[in-house]
Design a protein around this ligand. Structure first.
Ligand SMILES: *Cc1c(COP(=O)(O)O)cnc(C)c1O
Length: 402
């Protein structure tokens, strides 16, 4: 049974304790309020909910299964289970909130959707959702990322999206977010800016969470049916935090340990990781308050992870709150552990995980080593097909497993 947590948080102004809120220019404030209102009316109407449920089943392929990692568990001692979000259409959990956001845009009568993308995963999911609903879609992407993520750029274009390279600053995700915000400011009446994770001003952290919580609801029921009890622990990687909050939502009221796994990259030195909750401090970036990685002068610090979907200077405000409340433990896995987990899962289970998800797998491996009879459910947020060329080039496709 869920308590009233999901109804109590965020409050009406979008706060999770001191975090979240809406720190945006006056003009956008009114727009954000309109989106919040539309979401509360349309997004919770019978027609919207039933259409979304039909889409999940017949277009996305939900419910996604839970897989018991028999070989890996046998080798390690504990029990590792995977919630297979990699089996969603487009290969990751992001389609869960993109279908919801674009459907809301459609119901609100918007003429176009706008989004930012880093590695291109959110861009591809958005382009897919926009094609499904027949809305034009502008994707802002740092010029460096456009060059690096060529296959995703091609996918977005094939799906009919307009990819706009951003040449300011470091030419990566942060600048893409700035440019998308800027474009949205020009015509907020006709467009909807669809944020890629549980960040940004209210109502986005709430909306994206609500669209992702299907993962946790399904997983809890499936796990109970499989095992007759709940897992000891649940873990998920944390970039902005959407796949993590999605699965955590199913277990917040249960005696289940929750672990969010942040990317430690090359190490704890500034610029070498993107572990906002572990190494950052409270601050405001992109219209909301949360833990952020900042330089001493208050500017956003450069961030790094082998998994480009995890490198962001901040994190969803609800995670900041759950950390301060002590409900979720935020831990880290570095590049090396993630790469080892990537190969290990591929070879023992026949499942190639996304490098982002590999961080969660790495933590699960550590967990069962420390808890020999324990059980842990991992949110396998995405498949690794997008990462194979990079991994093969850097580590060799026949990289040895430790
Ligand atoms: C984008 C992405 C992530 C990180 O985003 P969250 O909002 O933290 O979930 C994780 N895994 C995959 C496969 C992704 O594409």
């Amino acid at each position: 049974m869920m308590s009233t947590y999901l109804k109590d948080y965020p409050d009406k102004d979008g706060f999770f304790g001191p975090y979240g809120g809406s720190y945006v220019p006056e003009r956008l404030k009114a727009e954000m309020a309109k989106i919040a209102e539309a979401y509360c009316n349309i997004g919770r109407s019978f027609d919207f909910v039933s259409e979304l449920r039909r889409i999940r089943r017949h277009f996305q392929g939900r419910p996604t299964p839970i897989h018991y990692c028999r070989n890996l568990s046998k080798a390690l001692g504990g029990n590792i289970f995977l919630k297979r979000e990699d089996l969603n259409h487009t290969g990751a959990h992001k389609i869960n909130h993109c279908m919801g956001e674009v459907m809301l845009a459609k119901y609100m009568g918007k003429k176009k959707v706008i989004a930012e993308t880093g590695a291109g995963q959110h861009g591809v999911a958005m382009a897919t959702a926009a094609a499904y609903f027949g809305l034009p879609c502008d994707i802002y992407m740092g010029a460096v990322d456009v060059a690096k993520q060529h296959p995703n750029v091609v996918r977005m274009k094939i799906l009919g999206a307009n990819v706009i390279p951003v040449t300011a600053g470091q030419q990566t995700l942060k600048e893409a977010v700035d440019a998308a915000f800027e474009a949205y400011l020009q015509s907020p009446e006709d467009t909807l800016y669809c944020i890629g994770t549980v960040v940004g001003p209210h109502p986005f952290p709430m909306m994206v969470r609500d669209f992702q919580k299907v993962v946790g609801e399904e997983a809890r029921e499936q796990y109970l049916e499989m095992m007759g009890e709940l897992p000891d622990a649940v873990c998920a990687c944390v970039g902005g935090g959407s796949n993590a909050i999605g699965i955590f939502c199913g277990f917040l009221d249960d005696p289940v340990k929750l672990y969010g796994v942040e990317p430690l990259g090359r190490g704890a030195k500034p610029g070498d990781n993107a572990a906002s909750l572990t190494l950052g401090k409270p601050g405001i970036l992109h219209g909301f308050k949360s833990y952020t990685l900042e330089n001493p002068d208050g500017s956003a610090m450069p961030v790094y992870s082998v998994a480009s979907g995890l490198d962001y200077q901040s994190v969803g405000p609800e995670h900041a709150w759950l950390k301060d409340q002590g409900r979720v433990d935020y831990v880290t896995a570095d590049d090396k552990e993630a790469i080892e987990a990537f190969f290990r899962l591929s070879r023992t289970e026949g499942i190639i995980p996304a490098l982002e998800s590999s961080h969660a797998v790495a933590y699960a491996i550590r967990y069962v080593k420390e808890h020999p009879h324990g059980s842990i459910l991992v949110n396998l947020s995405g498949r690794g097909d997008k990462d194979i060329d990079y991994v093969a080039e850097r580590y060799g496709a026949d990289h040895g497993v430790l």
